[in-house]
Design a protein around this ligand. Structure first.
Ligand code: COA
Length: 181
């Protein structure tokens, strides 16, 4: 059964969701695609607890929640207030919920936090070059490819290049939504 992606909201990640997140990352490739090179394989729930414990007002670790309080995704946003910029990371739609528009809804909600709520100037992210689904999603939202970092990760004997992407407040075309009560 599918739910409407348009009703998705972001809220702080709950530590009780660590097993759900851990279960979604079943291979080294899954882990690196999601998190880059900072976490180590094999992934433990202790590593995820340390990651979650870093959360604060300028390092938001978020869950995407759909109808009936169903957690469908995850993202992090690290804000650099002095330079009015934000780094988006750890974007994930849980496997059972992919392909229904939640990725787009999640990113739209994250960009609303960055540009609408926080009034920032620039959003950036990195995406591995072979991740066509994520690259297409970010390009449809207006992100520009700003460069390629070569051989950033080594996964199962293969080097993975990373595409750096950026979006400025003047380029963000999504309609502003009214603040939620
Ligand atoms: C990338 C990810 C977040 C997308 O989430 P999703 O809910 O499946 O995304 P959506 O349903 O909103 O959109 C997917 C789009 O990609 C398209 N798509 C699907 N498979 C594709 C592929 N192999 N190549 C290119 N595009 C693809 C879909 O057609 C859809 O396009 P549309 O909006 O024009 O219909 C999700 O697949 C995921 O969590 N992947 C694993 C972790 C990851 O890669 N995170 C990103 C780190 S940078």
């Amino acid at each position: 059964m599918s739910t409407s992606a348009s009703t998705l909201t972001m809220r702080p990640f709950d530590r009780a969701e660590i097993p759900l997140l851990h279960a979604a990352l079943t291979t080294h490739a899954d882990l690196v695609l999601w998190s880059g090179t900072q976490l180590h394989w094999p992934l433990t729930q202790d590593q995820l607890r340390s990651y979650v414990d870093n959360a604060n007002v300028d390092h938001m670790i978020l869950s995407a929640v759909a109808d009936h309080d169903t957690v469908v995704g995850h993202a992090s946003v690290r804000v650099t207030p002095a330079h009015r910029s934000a780094r988006i990371g750890r974007v994930l739609v849980y496997p059972d919920h992919r392909g229904r528009g939640y990725g787009a809804a999640l990113m739209t909600a994250v960009l609303d936090i960055i540009f609408g709520q926080r009034g920032l100037h620039r959003a950036s992210l990195g995406v591995f070059q072979h991740n066509a689904r994520a690259l297409g999603l970010y390009e449809r939202l207006g992100f520009t490819r700003e460069g390629v970092l070569r051989d950033v990760a080594l996964v199962d004997g293969e080097w993975w290049p990373l595409v750096e992407m950026g979006l400025l407040e003047t380029e963000y075309q999504q309609p502003r939504v009214d603040p939620r009560p």
